[in-house]
Design a protein around this ligand. Structure first.
Ligand SMILES: Cc1ncc(COP(=O)(O)O)c(C=O)c1O
Length: 511
């Protein structure tokens, strides 16, 4: 198991826009601070009590007090539900991609996890597959509503369908973002007592640092959960802060209204205008699809914005962006437009070249060039590379140098020849952006030797490669294989041939 990737150290003092963990971007209600200041002067030597908070929550959630259990963040709520209900022989249904802790806790319980996939095109919950999975008698079914990271929603009637279809399963409805979506399954609990709802003060109320959440469920479930839970898992300051936050609902509503009715439409309009696809979100975040998430995340970070890159199957090239106030959204749009639009989003034409036998003469007896004396740039090479450069191609060299670094082929032999080659090319304004060398022998079975792509993969992941215009050019089967593996065109040249000839038809079409 991999641990949950928590925010990196130093994040709290980051000076830019912090849009990576779906928190409220504004401070919580002023009443929270006032209540906390008062509380720290009070009886900290005594164990906490939760009566005031439970009463306030009952009013806020529209549920009887006996249906409520306060927890240390909704993370603890989810963990508690798994600890109470799920054992090693059980099956749980966790549609993916979703908040990672569901699967994490299921694995800790030793349960089998069934993960119907969200529709990666629309972000829709896999309702039919979840309903079908009900036949397997799952102990627990997850409905993350709205779902993190897609932001997509399941209707209350569909939640009811699942709960009714599988009455012996616990239906965990995670409503961490319910204040933003305005959708809740609370009214179902009375008729469908297998529904358990988890909620949090970390998002709309802005108390993520204090760790407080709660469970809404039927009283029998609450009684069972209470047996498993520690008596004082929630500390007094968290409880006091939550009570104070609940006493100022207009503050919370002002924030969620600004986010959902002003910032979110503004951000969506911006992404639409720039042809950046995003999932339909009912929460305070948007999941956008970009061609090169690694690079864009880094570009934004360097320019003062933290966003969260996704890595789960189906959403590998997606970034999740929390939505804050209107002023912050305007700032985000300015930074994104300046640093990402027209730069990172524009497809890049990449020309990948083999070296020996393609760019420079390769002796057919030793296949090795050991000294500058032997270096001969092949005919048509500088001309072709110049044309490609002028046409906006990024030049990359990928070469197998069998046994480089061994006694028979010292590294210095290669580097002297290579730097002379690069110097000569540079004089004609030809520059290779990246040069990748595999030093292994064929028998080494390494993962970097052409036609494998591992040398160049990381570089390509940083950009949006224009697959139609990009190509590999070389003289051997391994070069052709590299082109196939990269999914781009192959331009074959004769070993030690003339590159102008190899590019004759390409030139007509493209240059
Ligand atoms: C869907 C979902 N559930 C639960 C949580 C946990 O929130 P907390 O433990 O802060 O209440 C998060 C946090 O990001 C979340 O996105």
């Amino acid at each position: 198991m991999k641990p949950y990737t928590a925010p990196p150290p130093g994040r709290r003092s980051y000076r830019g826009l912090i849009l990576d963990f779906n928190e409220r971007t504004a401070l919580p209600s002023k009443r929270v601070k006032t209540a906390l200041m008062e509380a720290i002067q009070g009886k900290l030597q005594m164990y906490p009590e939760y009566g005031a908070l439970e009463m306030a929550l009952a009013r806020y959630a529209g549920a009887p007090q006996e249906n409520i259990l306060i927890t240390n963040g909704s993370d603890e709520a989810i963990s508690l539900i798994f600890r109470t209900f799920v054992g090693a022989r059980d099956t749980v249904v966790v549609p993916e991609p979703s908040f990672s802790m569901f699967t994490q806790y299921a694995k800790i319980a030793g349960a089998s996890v069934v993960s119907p996939p969200y529709d990666t095109r629309t972000g829709a919950y896999p309702l039919d597959q979840v309903l079908a999975a009900c036949d397997r008698n799952p102990k627990l079914i997850i409905i993350c509503n709205p779902n993190n990271p897609t932001g997509t929603l399941v209707s209350v009637s569909d939640i009811k369908r699942i709960a009714t279809r599988s009455p012996r399963s616990v239906i965990l409805v995670d409503e961490a973002y319910a204040e933003f979506s305005g959708v809740t399954a609370v009214s179902l609990i009375a008729q469908n007592p297998n529904i358990i709802i988890t909620r949090t003060f970390s998002k709309a109320f802005g108390l993520a640092a204090l760790r407080i959440g709660y469970i809404l469920a039927n009283p029998v479930f609450i009684a069972e959960l209470t047996k498993v839970k520690g008596p004082y898992d929630v500390n007094l300051l968290a409880a006091i802060a939550a009570t104070a936050a609940l006493s100022d609902i207009p503050d919370m509503r002002a924030y969620t209204t600004e986010v959902m009715t002003q910032s979110k439409p503004m951000l969506e309009a911006f992404f639409r205008k720039n042809a950046v696809p995003f999932y339909p979100s009912a929460a305070n975040f948007l999941l956008i699809r970009v061609p090169n998430a690694v690079q864009i995340e880094e570009t934004l970070r360097r320019n003062g914005v933290l966003v969260r890159r996704q890595s789960k199957p189906g959403i590998e090239n997606c970034l999740r962006i929390s939505i804050g106030t209107v002023a912050e959204t305007k700032r985000f749009i300015r930074i994104f437009a300046r640093t990402v639009c027209n730069k990172s989003l524009t497809p890049k034409k990449v020309a990948v070249f083999d070296r020996d036998g393609t760019l420079i003469f390769e002796p057919q007896d030793t296949y090795q060039i050991n000294s500058v004396k032997e270096l001969r740039i092949l005919p048509g090479v500088t001309q072709t590379l110049r044309r490609l450069t002028n046409a906006g191609y990024i030049l990359v060299m990928v070469t197998n140098q069998d046994g480089l670094g061994s006694k028979g082929y010292p590294r210095s032999n290669f580097t002297t020849v290579q730097s002379e080659l690069l110097t000569r090319l540079k004089k004609t304004d030809v520059i290779f952006r990246k040069i990748y060398v595999c030093p292994h022998m064929p028998d080494d079975n390494c993962s970097c030797r052409k036609p494998n792509t591992s040398l160049i993969d990381t570089f390509l992941a940083t950009m949006n490669m224009d697959r139609d215009a990009s190509f590999v050019c070389g003289d051997r089967a391994s070069d052709a294989g590299l082109a196939v593996n990269l999914g781009i065109r192959y331009i074959r040249t004769d070993t030690n041939g003339n590159l102008n000839a190899a590019f004759a038809s390409f030139r007509k079409e493209n240059l």
